[in-house]
Design a protein around this ligand. Structure first.
Ligand SMILES: Cc1cc2nc3c(=O)[nH]c(=O)nc-3n(C[C@H](O)[C@H](O)[C@H](O)COP(=O)(O)OP(=O)(O)OC[C@H]3O[C@@H](n4cnc5c(N)ncnc54)[C@H](O)[C@@H]3O)c2cc1C
Length: 394
């Protein structure tokens, strides 16, 4: 029977960090994954350049039923700790915007450094390995795997969330949590594009598909993000939409200010005074692309020369552009979502050690827990920090 002090299931971001950090403490570590490659999401992330952390990472960048849970781990392994690791391996990186750090070259630089660390310190990584059953034993846990029986003192579940099943995502972590008496909070797709079914809205989005609008303010349920939006064939995407999708529930209205940096009522009055013969769509063409201005004028306003607008009509134009309200039909779901909201209730897990409060020796790290970051490198920072926290105690 294979035996190791620590067994970690899931060789993604959190599992790899936990493995290398536990092995650095002198623990024997067996890291299992059912996929044929470790860290597939790391490879896919950040458009192939892995947005591996954020300079401004704070607890306020995370959603959870228990907003305090993430604080301790984030404070003990910070963005600066991960940046130091990246620097140690000579991986070149840059800040794209808003504190988001990306690799200059490829995401494989980040996966490579984690695998190097694991290899150098003797982590036993086994891919293509499935775990069939887990049960408690006298000294810890006994697993029935495709490698045969495996025993360990500490068992770490790092199997991630449900997003992108084609990258190896499964509900296995939730199943194990349930088996050992944990409460699961409802899961749903986060950081995901919206779909629209309203025929008029859909036509507008389809016609504008591929067009992005910079720095819109998108709001829902008391949260706002100022970032780009992108029209797609099926609805809306882009960073501001992905961010707000994590705060959206079916049926909620989303409000979009297409021009948050302009005092629109004043701008429109000024245009009416100074360019009375210009058509509204021509003027909007100076703020948006010509195509978008034409389509907005066609769908939303009867475009005419500025002098023909009454004050009430101009007010309505300003309101529409600053507060475009829409109710998404849904999201693109786990097929394209970057993260899974909800998961294992953190009230039943120690925020210091990540150990289960229900079953000693069992640990949960990464996205499988009910902790979800904003877009911008925060989800990886949670994976690094929670993996590191557990590694100090396994
Ligand atoms: C397309 C995409 C782009 C992203 N880009 C970014 C980004 O740039 N920045 C950022 O911060 N976040 C990004 N994320 C989110 C980030 O990838 C995740 O939050 C992070 O990978 C979670 O780490 P984890 O270790 O908890 O889970 P994962 O990285 O998902 O790892 C889980 C591992 O468990 C394995 N596993 C699952 N089930 C089983 C099982 N039954 N048996 C054995 N093994 C199993 C999987 O094969 C996988 O290797 C992105 C996500 C996606 C989908």
């Amino acid at each position: 029977m294979l035996s190791s002090q620590v067994v970690i299931i899931g060789a993604g971001a959190a599992g790899l960090m936990c493995a290398m950090s536990a092995a650095a403490r002198g623990r024997s570590v067996l890291l299992l994954d059912h996929a044929n490659k470790a860290g597939k999401k790391i490879l896919m992330s950040g458009g192939g350049r892995c947005n591996f952390t954020n300079l401004y990472c704070e607890p306020g960048n995370f959603l959870s039923n228990n907003l305090h849970f993430c604080k301790s781990a984030l404070a003990r392994f910070t963005q600066w700790d991960f940046i130091a690791l990246v620097a140690k391996h000579g991986v070149p990186y840059h800040e794209k915007k808003l504190g988001q750090l990306f690799c200059d070259h490829k995401s494989s630089d980040i996966l490579g450094l984690l695998l190097d660390e694991c290899e150098q310190i003797g982590v036993d990584l086994r891919l293509d390995t499935s775990v069939n059953t887990i049960e408690r034993s006298e000294k810890g846990y006994r697993l029935n795997t495709s490698l045969g029986p495996v025993s360990c003192e500490s068992l770490v579940i790092a199997t991630g969330g449900l997003s992108i099943p084609t990258l190896g995502a499964t509900g296995f972590g939730y199943q194990i949590a349930r088996q050992f008496g944990h409460t699961l909070l409802p899961t749903r797709a986060g950081l995901v594009p919206f779909t629209l079914t309203d025929p008029q809205l859909k036509t507008l989005c389809t016609e504008l598909s591929g067009t992005s609008v910079e720095d819109c303010r998108v709001s829902c349920n008391g949260q706002s993000f100022v970032e780009n939006i992108l029209f797609t064939h099926r609805g809306l995407s882009g960073p501001a939409i992905l961010q707000i999708s994590s705060y959206w529930q079916p049926g909620d209205t989303v409000s979009i200010d297409l021009l948050p940096h302009i005092d629109l009522p004043e701008w429109l009055q000024e245009q009416q005074r100074e360019r009375p013969n210009s058509e509204l769509k021509t003027l909007l063409g100076e703020l948006f692309t010509k195509k978008m201005a034409g389509l907005l004028a066609e769908h939303w306003f009867a475009s005419k020369p500025m002098k023909q607008y009454t004050p009430a009509e101009l007010k309505a134009v300003a309101e529409r552009l600053a507060d475009w309200q829409l109710v998404p039909a849904g999201t693109e779901g786990y097929r394209t979502a970057e993260v899974t909201l909800g998961g294992i209730d953190t009230n039943e897990v120690s925020s210091k050690t990540m150990e289960s409060l229900k079953s000693p020796g069992l640990y949960f790290v990464g996205e499988v827990l009910d902790v979800t970051g904003h877009l911008g490198g925060f989800n990886f920072q949670w994976a690094w920090a929670s993996g590191y926290a557990a590694a100090q105690y396994v």
